[in-house]
Ligand binder design. Structure first.
Ligand code: FES
Ligand code: FES
Length: 181
């Protein structure tokens, strides 16, 4: 039995202690935002945060997570309000999206340590593979998220999943209580 924290909740996995964290998250916890790309530590699609570090969850066993704090893309914020998520939406970074949760977790870990990274520091941290080539937009989104974290810029909150910004704006009046209520 292996116990640790996932997204601020205590979990207990009754699985082989040598099970890769990636499989425990996806198959036992149904946290499928963390993706399986290569299984060999090359692509970064499986990246999660463990005790503040961006870690490739395909290379870590659940036994190695004992007593540690794991955060997945689902736990980065409750409402997609993390500056990296906001800037990712504002800069329209994703294409197919497969690599993106790993990239976002990597960027969030980078900015937690250094809110104003140089291009070289961004490139050194963002070692995941994006087959769609979104690297320039990711760099711009990281710079922008850094400005938000440093209090130099504010990004309006992103609409809920599946709702386009224009539709969200139109939907707001309909959510207000009818007159007289
Ligand atoms: S699936 Fe873990 S690095 Fe590719
Ligand atoms: S957005 Fe498609 S792999 Fe990165």
């Amino acid at each position: 039995m292996t116990k640790f924290s996932v997204n601020d909740r205590p979990v207990e996995y009754r699985m082989d202690p040598e099970t890769p964290l990636l499989w425990a998250l996806r198959d036992a916890s149904n946290l499928t935002g963390t993706k399986y790309g290569c299984g060999t530590g090359e692509c970064g699609a499986c990246t999660v945060d463990i005790d503040g570090e961006a870690i490739r969850s395909c290379l870590v066993t659940i036994a190695e997570c004992e007593g540690r704090f794991v955060t997945t893309i689902e736990g980065l914020s409750r409402d997609r309000s993390h500056p990296v998520q906001q800037s990712w939406v504002a800069e329209q970074v994703p294409q197919c999206g497969f690599c993106q949760s790993g990239m976002i977790m990597t960027a969030a870990a980078l900015l937690r340590k250094n809110s104003n990274p140089s291009d070289a520091e961004i490139d050194a941290a963002m070692t995941g593979i994006c087959r769609c080539g979104t690297y320039p937009r990711m760099r711009e989104a990281i710079r922008r998220a850094g400005r938000v974290i440093r209090g130099e810029e504010r990004i309006a909150a992103a609409p809920p999943p599946g709702i386009r910004p224009d539709d969200a704006a139109r939907a707001v009046p309909a959510l207000r209580p009818a007159e007289g209520n």
